[in-house]
Design a protein around this ligand. Structure first.
Ligand code: ADP
Length: 517
């Protein structure tokens, strides 16, 4: 049987999704392959289908122990012989499964990386006819990934030495070039074997709500989408509990999910949501990995996630059926503090902490940008497009734009006069004409741009700098102390060859006084 017939007969799909056929061909050819697809893009089929076609066994390495059972159950429902071995099984059960696998009856074996490190388990694996090693969530191998697990690097050598010399397929939804470069190096994948699909999820309308009262907003939203399935993500367990209680007190039957609940309750809550017993579930990011519910119509983020990777992954759980869905980020700058705190307190090394801070800054810029939100995310993942999605809250924002070329030139020229050697904070203070940066050894007080925006609030100045950065007029370097630099586009504005428009109205100092009065 060819792969197209297997797709139809076993999985019941008429067509391959973008990238699937190419990945599957590589895998069937015995290659080492890297598949990069957005969440909901259909990564699982890329190893499940070859697993059926190969005569031997496919080893699926997945860090998500809690999901192995669900994945195996759904394969078994399709009559695909699959099983898992992990720490949740008792000794006898493991032994039984191992004998069953040895008999050749099993097509897919799911195991966690920790297992493969275990010498006894590994030498058992070495006797098996393994045709394919599939590494799911492969970004955890990269320090540029959003969930780096250094210990997983220990499995690479053993896997390299499997006597059956299997094909490899690494899969991830993290598409930044740094993660890609890392994975290619770590897993020794030839450039020709990287298959990366477009990352746009056209059916998802992205939306940002700034400064709303969050609980009433969520309640209203859920009420007006009563018959639809949705997920509300919050950063902390106590936020999840608070939202859950608030919704239930106001007559909404909601579920909840976080690591503080016992296994039984968590499982029950998940099942209730999967089988539409409850329409809405409030959860931390522990919820959703690998969950295959196709009719989620909305995802609301009550608090901003720490990285665009996590955000887009969580957003991707909406609209897997391809029908219209909505993803809303409720933004308040104060929510960033918690992330900053965790980064500071973390025991990771300085390089890793810096990479987390950088990711957080990008996430914050997403919330500030006025460009098409889908385009912004795609650009983050290295996919440059001139096309707007047409249905995100920025595309639909029909407030008048104001020409801010003059003000932009002031900022850009200040950056140049400061020799592009300082960060946003200092540039902001110079533009505002703050005394502390006027007269120290740097002598900024002498610059013609010192205090040139003195009638703006410092907050407005900083937001404007963020705006110019988010829209590609300025860029920050990636070193320990990110410095502001002009881009080509910024230089054109400075020379009067291009203009800048903006929708947000600047708040000036005298207006703040008026409001205070
Ligand atoms: P990912 O792991 O990339 O997030 P999944 O493998 O869970 O995505 O697939 C997402 C959804 O798309 C699942 O419901 C899956 O059954 C469905 N799917 C996968 N491939 C196809 C296809 N070729 N045609 C239709 N639906 C598909």
């Amino acid at each position: 049987m060819d792969s197209q017939s297997v797709l139809k007969d076993v999985f019941g799909y008429d067509h391959f999704r973008p990238g699937q056929r190419k990945i599957i061909n590589h895998v069937l050819n015995g290659d080492r392959t890297l598949g990069i697809m957005p969440t909901g893009g259909g990564k699982s089929v890329c190893y499940q289908l070859p697993a059926i076609m190969f005569s031997g066994l496919t080893l699926v390495v997945s860090p998500l122990i809690s999901l192995m059972k669900d994945q195996v159950d759904s394969l078994n429902e399709m009559n695909i012989p699959a099983t898992f071995i992990n720490s949740t099984l008792d000794y006898r059960d493991q032994e039984e499964r191992m004998r069953y696998i040895e008999s050749g009856a099993v097509k897919l074996l799911y195991a966690a990386p920790e297992r493969i490190e275990n010498p006894e388990f590994y030498s058992w694996l070495c006797q098996l006819p393994i045709d394919l090693v599939a590494i799911d969530e492969a970004h955890v191998l990269s320090s540029w990934g959003h969930d780096f697990r250094p210990s997983y690097l220990n499995i690479i050598d053993p896997l390299n030495q499997l006597p059956s010399q299997p094909a490899w397929l690494a899969l991830t939804a993290t598409a930044t070039s740094r993660v890609q470069d890392d994975l290619v190096k770590i897993l020794d994948i030839p450039d020709d074997n990287i298959v990366k699909t477009g990352f746009a999820r056209d059916n998802i309308a992205l939306k940002i709500e700034r400064g709303v009262s969050k609980l009433p907003y969520v309640l209203n939203y859920v009420k007006s989408h009563k018959n639809e399935s949705g997920i509300i993500y919050a950063g902390r367990r106590k936020d999840v509990d608070a939202i859950y209680e608030y919704l239930n007190e106001h007559g909404i039957k909601a579920g909840r999910y976080h690591a503080g609940l016992d296994d039984e309750e968590r499982h029950q809550q998940q099942e209730d949501f999967l089988f539409d017993e409850v329409n809405v579930i409030v959860a931390t990011n522990a919820f959703g990995m690998g969950i295959n519910k196709t009719n989620v119509r909305y995802v609301i983020h009550f608090t901003i996630p720490g990285t665009i990777e996590s955000y887009y992954q969580e957003v991707g759980r909406a609209g897997r059926d391809g029908l219209p869905a909505e993803a809303i980020l409720l933004y308040t700058p104060a929510d960033l503090r918690l992330h900053r705190f965790f980064i500071e307190q973390s025991e990771a090394d300085d390089d890793y902490k810096r990479s987390l801070s950088e990711k957080l800054r990008e996430m914050n810029q997403y919330a500030m940008t006025e460009v098409c939100l889908m385009r912004y995310i795609l650009r983050y993942f290295g996919e440059i497009t001139e096309e707007n999605c047409g249905h995100c809250s920025n595309c639909l924002d029909n407030r008048e734009t104001t020409d801010v070329t003059d003000d932009s030139q002031k900022v850009l020229s200040c950056v140049v006069r400061m020799e592009q050697k300082y960060g946003k904070k200092t540039v902001g203070r110079v533009l505002a004409g703050k005394a502390d940066v006027a007269s120290d050894w740097r002598n900024f007080g002498k610059l013609s741009t010192f205090g040139i925006l003195h009638d703006w609030t410092l907050k407005s100045i900083n937001e404007f700098i963020e705006y110019l950065t988010a829209n590609g007029y300025l860029i920050t370097t990636s070193g320990q102390y990110p410095l502001l630099r002009l881009t080509k586009k910024g230089a054109q504005v400075l020379k009067g060859q291009a203009t800048v428009a903006r929708k947000t109205v600047t708040i000036r100092v005298d207006q703040v006084k008026e409001i205070a009065n």
